[in-house]
Ligand binder design. Structure first.
Ligand code: GDP
Length: 294
């Protein structure tokens, strides 16, 4: 799986982020709660290594609550790190974010100095929605396309709390294959970057291996075969059955796998299958270790 993310833009953004990092007290990293490991950019980790970090697990309304708790525990046990889970559209986020940040950096040489915070996140994690909900605006977004660089913004969330939006785009970085598929399933990497059928098959493979998610999948597509039968199904069988249930059949009775895949991905992205998280902290660490060995 090879995805080319315009190295020129990436380097420019990287320089700008490194530069901004020098004059902030802490970093907020917005992650997708359904794929916290995959939606983190390791570049940010290396650039911000010595800054206190608030990891926001956003889209918690779409994520599996029990798994979100495991990720919160995992991050909260790390040095200089706090983690909270949010739904960007909820009210009261600004208070939660300021409170959690204040706990991380209790004071900065007296009360007269504002807390300077850089907020980062790869596209699609909901950073703009969160910023807009915190400043109480409908939209402040310019665009995600390569070549459009958002002007850096300094936002005053409170007199003593300055939020800097990331200068440039922090692109997703695929470091393990599973992470690439999870990013694609969430919609964070472009529709054309990966084959939708492949992505939906990987998604189904993961879901069908976890009993609770397999039940959600079966319920969504009214698949009522018994467990013993479902145990024998490969992801291709699932996709074919979903296609038949949804009637994505072409002339001559051929199955339209592309259409069935789009249905599966749209249902996952919009939460119609239920609350699902595609990785656990331990799973993510194992994928990383395996990728390093390979
Ligand atoms: P950005 O690229 O990180 O700035 O992401 P956006 O703010 O544009 O959000 C990407 C998509 O996710 C949009 O369709 C948002 O409406 C949606 N979104 C953002 N935050 C949440 C959330 O907490 N829950 C849900 N369900 N959707 C969200």
């Amino acid at each position: 799986m090879a995805i080319q993310w315009f190295p020129g833009h990436m380097n420019k953004a990287k320089k700008a982020i490194i530069d901004r990092m020098k004059s902030v007290d802490m970093v907020i990293e917005v992650l997708d709660a359904r794929l916290p490991g995959s939606s983190a950019n390791p570049l940010l980790e290396s650039i911000s290594a010595r800054k206190p970090k608030l990891k926001i697990l956003n889209k918690r309304d779409l994520a599996d609550d029990a798994r979100t708790q495991l990720w919160l525990d995992y991050y909260n046990s790390q040095f200089q790190t706090q983690s909270i889970a949010l739904d960007a559209s909820e009210r009261g986020n600004v208070t939660k974010v300021i409170q959690a940040s204040r706990q991380l950096v209790p004071s900065r040489n007296g009360l007269d100095k504002p807390l300077r915070v850089l907020i980062c996140g790869i596209p699609n994690v909901g950073k703009s929605t969160l910023i807009n909900s915190m400043i109480g605006k409908k939209s402040a977004k310019t665009g995600n396309e390569p070549g459009i660089t958002k002007a850096e913004q300094r936002l005053f969330l409170a007199d003593d709390f300055w939020l800097y939006d990331t200068p440039g785009m922090l692109w997703p970085k695929i470091i393990v294959p599973e992470g690439g598929y999870n990013l694609a399933a969430s919609g964070a990497v472009g529709r054309n970057a990966l084959d939708e059928e492949e992505v939906s098959l990987e998604l189904i493979k993961y879901l069908s291996k976890h009993k609770h998610y397999r039940d959600l999948l079966a319920a969504r597509y009214k698949i009522d075969e018994d467990d013993a039968e479902l145990d024998t199904w490969r992801e291709e069988t699932w996709l074919e059955t979903i296609a038949r249930r949804r009637g994505t059949i072409l002339g001559g009775g051929r199955i339209d796998y592309q259409k069935a895949s789009e249905i599966v991905l749209t249902d996952f992205r919009s939460g119609y299958m239920g609350k699902i998280t595609l990785e656990l902290p331990n799973e993510w660490l194992k994928w990383l270790a395996d990728a390093r060995v390979a």
